[in-house]
Structures are given as C-alpha cells and as structure tokens.
Design a protein around this ligand. Structure first.
Ligand SMILES: [Zn+2]
Length: 386
C-alpha cells in the first residue's frame, strides 16, 4: 500500500514545475494574473465567465471545471493585499488540467463542479489595501452589501448553491500555531453560522475536511498549522455562507521563516485544496472526529513580533535600572522603520528575530508606539562590538 502522502509528494513535485512562474510575488494585482486567467480560459475543459466588475471597473472572473452535482466554490483576495491563495488556485487549476490527478477518480469531473473566483477585490489589489476602492472591508459587507464585489459573491453563492466553500485569505505574520509554536503558515477555520457555534452536518463535514487537510499538510508543516478563532460574525462572508448550509472552510496563508513572498503557503494551499477535494470524493474525511479538529493548536494572534530583545536594562540615570524585554514590529507604513510594540515580560511571545539584550543598556524610557530605530541600532552596535 502506498504511503498516504505519496500522491501528495507527487503533486508537490508537479507544483514545482507546473505552477505559474510569474506569480511568485507577495502582492499580486489583476495585471499580474490576467495572462494566467487568459491561458486557463482558453482551455476548452474550463468554462470561463466574467461575473461582473469591481467598483472601478476591473473584471471579476470565474473559472469552472467539471459538470458534477457536488458544487465546490472557492474565492480569493476579497482583501486586496492578501494574494497568496490567488496564485494557489491558479496553480491548482493548472495542475488539475495538465494531468488526471492520481488521487481523484477518473470520472471526477462528472462528480464535481468546481468554481474558482480568483481576486474578488482587484481594486484593493491594485492599491495594495485590504479594503475595496470604496474604503470598505468587503468581509464586513455580507449583510449591508454596499460593495459591488460583495454583492457578486453573495449572488454567486445564491445561484451556485455550493456544498463546499473555500474562503481564502492571508493573515499577518505574527500568528503562532499554538503558544510557543512555529509561525502559523496555514490556519484553518470552519466558521460558525450562529453565535452559539452549533455544529450541524455541514459544519461537521467542514471540520472533518480540515482535520484531513491538516493531516496531509503536517507532512511538510508539523508545527505551523493553526486553528482560527470561531467567534461568530454575522456581517462576515464566511459565517454568512456557512449559514446557507455550505461546508465552509477558511484557509489563512501566513508567515514561514525566510519566505517573504509566501511561496510555502502558496504551495501548501494547493496541497490543502487538492486534499480537500480528494477527501470529499473518497469520503475519507468521515474517518475524522471533532476531536481531530480541536487537536489543531490555536492560531495565536501576537504569538510573534518582528524582533524581540530579551533582558535589556533601562537606565535613565535618575531612577534605579530595571530589565525588560522589548518587542518591535515593522511600521506597516514605513517598512524600514520599527515601532515599539511591547515593553516588559514577553513570556509567551517569540521574535521572528531574537536578540539577547543581556548586559546592554538603553538610557531613555521606552514608550509604546514610538519609533525604535535608534534603540535597535544602539543594541546592534553594542552587540557587534562584543
Ligand atoms: Zn482576509
């Protein structure tokens, strides 16, 4: 019997040679993906539909594969600055078209219809913002529906009536897979459809599919998978779509060490999506329990900071000296600049870069939010002289 991961290691090596090479960037715009969309749309196996356009008039396109009764819908980049999964879904379609996947039945396209909407928010993508051109966080617009992009997504859900929905995002680099765990390169959630977080059949299936996807991904990422908080949010699309009875699965792409363009998360998204589709068709997800889902460690926000300086002595010359950990994050608006994020006992947090401040002094009182470039330069300077 082949090792359960054998088909996925095959898929992984195919990804390395068949992925879209021009999409290896942290931030993708519509112009970046248009050639891949056009090339895929030209394939006669795929149905291509322009489902509408963004507020500023960029087309929003849907690619569909298969004619089966089980409807799967995946969308990406409703937040404009979260493009990792956009590359992944385009890779996934390419892999599905190039070769009959060994883990799917030969007639899989008679069993499933797979719809993919890459880049729901092309205006935000062009501007590099989370929000749409209207300044609206589209993922808080499921009820109010003031954005054309949000109305389109809702209309697609109402028309296609997916059984399984994949809601694909990026998360900030500071999430840890459990306290003390690695950066959460992938996080999963089966969103609640009610404040009481009931688990009905559809949500159970989503959790079982996630448990299976996690099992497959843990081959590459044993300590870097988190389980996202399931607090109900009625204005968010994932929760609203879970409320339609679709088994809804959120996948967040996150940080991986030394991988600023998130190509690890991109690759693992492809593996996760394929594992989910294969498990749906084989029924293997039914081997998993709710306990397997809850065994995934929490996706801990602020588990990481960009730089943590341990045990720095603060000595202003007037008061007795004291020791603190100093946590710094990059200023989102000025990437070369660092801001003080936390001062004190940082137990439970980790630095993506860890610096020992033992024996080093800083002579000013640190204030949260202050630009900390001079402190960091001072520490690095002293360390270099050791
Ligand atoms: Zn997002």
């Amino acid at each position: 019997m082949p090792h359960p991961n054998q088909t996925f290691t095959e898929l992984e090596s195919r990804w390395h040679t068949e992925r879209w090479p021009h999409l290896a960037k942290r931030q993708l715009t519509y112009n970046d993906i248009e050639p891949a969309l056009d090339a895929l749309a030209a394939n006669e196996q795929l149905a291509h539909t322009v489902i509408g356009s963004s507020y500023l008039g960029t087309p929003i396109r849907r690619l569909s594969l298969g004619q089966g009764p089980m409807v799967v819908l995946a969308w990406t980049q409703m937040h404009g600055n979260e493009s990792t999964a956009t590359a992944a879904v385009l890779d996934w379609l390419q892999l599905l078209l190039n070769e009959q996947p060994t883990d799917l039945p030969a007639d899989w396209q008679e069993l499933v219809t797979l719809h993919v909407i890459p880049m729901l928010n092309p205006d935000g993508a062009a501007a590099g913002t989370r929000e749409t051109a209207q300044g609206i966080d589209m993922n808080r617009d499921a009820l109010a529906q003031q954005t054309p992009e949000g109305r389109l997504l809702w209309q697609q859900v109402q028309t296609l009536k997916p059984s399984v929905a994949f809601n694909l995002h990026d998360q900030n680099p500071y999430y840890a897979a459990g306290e003390g765990g690695d950066p959460a390169t992938i996080a999963f959630l089966a969103p609640a459809y009610h404040p009481d977080k009931h688990v009905d059949g559809a949500r159970l299936r989503a959790k079982q599919l996630i448990a299976h996807m996690r099992q497959v991904l843990s081959h590459w990422l044993p300590n870097g998978i988190g389980r996202y908080d399931d607090t109900y949010s009625q204005r968010s699309f994932g929760d609203a779509i879970a409320g339609t009875g679709a088994s809804t699965i959120l996948i967040e792409s996150g940080e991986h060490r030394d991988d600023p363009s998130r190509q690890v998360a991109r690759r693992l998204n492809v593996m996760a999506l394929q594992a989910g589709l294969a498990a749906l068709l084989s029924g293997v997800y039914q081997d998993y329990s709710l306990a397997d889902y809850y065994a995934i460690p929490d996706n801990v926000s602020d588990g990481f900071v960009d730089i943590r300086i341990r045990n720095l002595t603060i000595d202003d010359g007037e008061h007795p000296p004291y020791q603190v950990d100093v946590c710094l994050n990059r200023d989102p608006d000025h990437q070369q600049s660092y801001l003080l994020e936390f001062v004190g006992d940082s137990t439970g947090q980790q630095g993506l870069e860890e610096v020992s401040g033992t024996g080093l002094k800083w002579q000013q009182l640190p204030q949260l939010g202050a630009v900390a470039n001079s402190l960091l330069a001072h520490v690095r300077e002293q360390l270099s002289q050791r």
